[in-house]
Design a protein around this ligand. Sequence first.
Ligand SMILES: Nc1ncnc2c1ncn2[C@@H]1O[C@H](COP(=O)(O)OP(=O)(O)OP(=O)(O)O)[C@@H](O)[C@H]1O
Ligand SMILES: [Mg+2]
Length: 271
Amino acid sequence: MTETLQSSSATNIPAPPAPVPLLSARKVRKSFGGVQVLKGITLSVNAGEVMCLLGPSGSGKSTFLRCINHLERIDGGRISVDGELIGYAQRQNRIYEMNPREVARQRRGIGMVFQRFNLFPHMTALENVTVAPIGVKKLPKQQATQRGLDLLDRVGLVDLAQSYPTQLSGGQQQRVAIARSLAMDPKLLLFDEPTSALDPELVGDVLDVMRALAADGMTMIVVTHEIGFARGAADSVVFMDGGVVVESGPPASVLDNPQNERTKAFLNSVM
Ligand SMILES: Nc1ncnc2c1ncn2[C@@H]1O[C@H](COP(=O)(O)OP(=O)(O)OP(=O)(O)O)[C@@H](O)[C@H]1O
Ligand SMILES: [Mg+2]
C-alpha cells in the first residue's frame, strides 16, 4: 500500500514551474539621429534574480536601462516587465504608445538608481524617502514616515534620517537614494553605475546594501564595473559592446571563462 502510494505520488509530482522572466527584452532597437545605439537586444531576467550588465563606454548600457522604463522610446522590438508591455499597449494586433499617465504608472513599479544621487537638496534624508509615497501613493504621512525609517534602517542610515544631503557623504546619499527607490515597492530595480561617482572607501557600504537586497530576492539589473560584485551577487552577466549582446551567462562563465575576444579585452581593462 505504502509502496503503491509512493510510486503513484512520485509519478504525479508535477515538474517545478519554469522560472518566469520578470523582465523580457526582445530585439530592442534604438537610434539617435540615425546612429543605431541598440541593435537588437534580447535578454531576460527572472524574478528574484540579479543581472549585471557590463560593457565599454558608449556600448548602450544606459540607453538600454532608460528604455526599460520608457525614458527612451524604442524604435523596434519589445520590452515587458511582469508580463506587461512597457510603454505600449496592444489592441487588435496594433501597438499604441501609452499615454503619459499610463507610462507614469508603469514607471512607479521600476526603481532607478543613478550614478549621481539626485536627492532633493532641500529635504532631509527621511523626507526624500517619503515624498513619493505621500505625494504619489497617497500613503498617510505617519505610515510613510514609519516605513521610511524602516527603509533607512535597512540601508544603515536611520540615525541620519534628519540630515540634509549636503551633510551626508556620497555613499550615504546613494544609500538614501536606494531607500527612496524601495519606498515605492518596485518590482524591478535598475542601477546605472551606482558606485562609480564615489570615493573608493565609500563603495563597499553601497555594494553591501545592494548585496543584501539581492539576498532578499529583489530583482535587479546593475550596470557596473565592479567585477567582484558581479561575481558574488549576479545570477547572470551580460557583456554588451556596440549595441549588441556579445556574451551572456552565469558569472563563472562570462567573467572567468569568457569566450569572446571583446569580452576578454574588456575584462582585462577593468580587472
Ligand atoms: N540622448 C542622446 N542623444 C544622442 N546620442 C545619445 C543619447 N544618449 C546616448 N547617446 C549615444 O548613444 C551611445 C550609447 O550611450 P550610452 O550612454 O547608452 O552608453 P553607455 O554604455 O551607458 O556608456 P558609459 O559606460 O559611458 O555610461 C553613445 O554613443 C552616446 O553618445
Ligand atoms: Mg552609461
